[in-house]
Design a protein around this ligand. Sequence first.
Ligand code: PHE
Length: 340
Amino acid sequence: MREKLKRIKEEAIADINSSNSLEKLEGVRVKYLGKKGQLTLVLREMGKLSKEERPVIGQLANEIRNEIEKELSSAGNRLKEQLKIERMEKEKIDITISKNVRRLGHRHPLITTIEELENLFISMGFSVVLGPEIETVENNFDALNTPENHPSRDLSDTFYITEDILLRTHTSPVQIRAMKERKPPLRIVSAGRTFRFDDVDDTHSPMFHQLEGLVVDENVTMANLIHTIDVFVKELFGKDMKTRFRPHHFPFTEPSAEVDVSCFSCKGAGCPVCNGTGWSMELLGCGMVHPKVLENCGIDPEKYSGFAFGMGIDRITMVKYGINDIRLLFENDNRFLEQF
Ligand code: PHE
């Protein structure tokens, strides 16, 4: 019996030392000290022992029981401490401020589109020029042959600063500046901000962007205009895109046209986006420079002719990048910009 007790003690201590969780440790306790535990069973057999042996073995058994309990509790404490450390490590919150707080901005899709358009026209022999956003009524309307009673001059459509100064309503005054400052041959494009008194919604903004083009030389014809626009549309949107010229009216060109291009969604086949027509409407306005406009700028309309075009860049950007609300372009939320 002495031997049996000693063996139980050794086995119990070995089991305790190899327990790596509190559950396993509890299992060890039950295995040796529980109601049906090994030590308990041995003690039950004490009755078979002689009178002399009983107290000796009893004392030994008690000692062993105490020893196992002591080992169990210190192993339990060790495991608890270890678990606490592991948990603290896992739930650690880094409360230091990141040193890298400066976030980089992102290129705006409008700027990307403008540069793409400019590069395209540069490759076709155009130069890029700039014009001011604050213009004279003379350059924005008068020199462009816009009659005194034209609706676009109305106070409800145009932001006037004084009677003679306004926020330009289109990029066309850059045509006037170019023709007054330089002599033909002229081949320029100019992109920038334009302003009209519009209520904001998903397709309108009082501030928007245009790109203007102007060619003036001897023997410039409508065929040159049509070809230039056609090449530009195919380069920008794809070789399978077609253009359609619809007669229109602008005071500063004659004849004038509006240009439609194949529907961006179905490429001309007809789909719900284009109402089955196959066309996406009004990409740009264009025409042959009106002789009066040439004259206003000191260019002889008998010798020179030219064509001009103007397009909305916001709309082109929205079509190109699948953006469905113009307001997104002007909120400058980095989470939006970073997608492009
Ligand atoms: N300025 C015109 C507009 O804003 C577009 C245009 C430009 C038309 C040049 C003809 C020639 O609608």
